[in-house]
Design a protein around this ligand. Sequence first.
Ligand SMILES: [Zn+2]
Length: 144
Amino acid sequence: MRISADRGMTIVSTLAVAAIVSAVCLLRPGATFLLPPCPLHALTGLYCPGCGSTRMLYHLVRGELGMAFRDNPLSFMTLPVVLYGLVRQWLQPNSGVFTRIHPGWIVAFGAIVIAFAVARNIPAKPFCRLAPGGECRAALVQVR
Ligand SMILES: [Zn+2]
């Protein structure tokens, strides 16, 4: 049996989303070794674009939308698009929703992810509000 690239991507994406959502429904991020902290942040102190995503899902499945947004605004805003793509692919298996994405959109999203990663590590307001939790650390530089 041969699985198309779209179908394979749908299955892998669905399993990944289901595993992550299941984990955050059952486990509290940071309180178990099954949901470890970000290795980049642990090693360097820098926030990667995904930092706070697990906590974002944790708060999201509990209906805490504000806290979910503060933990990772980019993941929070991207999640509906990913879920739309998964649902559409399941309902219309041959729609090619994943393989027909224009390369320009992929490049644009990559640029947004890089800009987000850089901005959330700038230790000054308002950029530090993009860090997980949305709170600027007390020692950060205050821009007036
Ligand atoms: Zn990270």
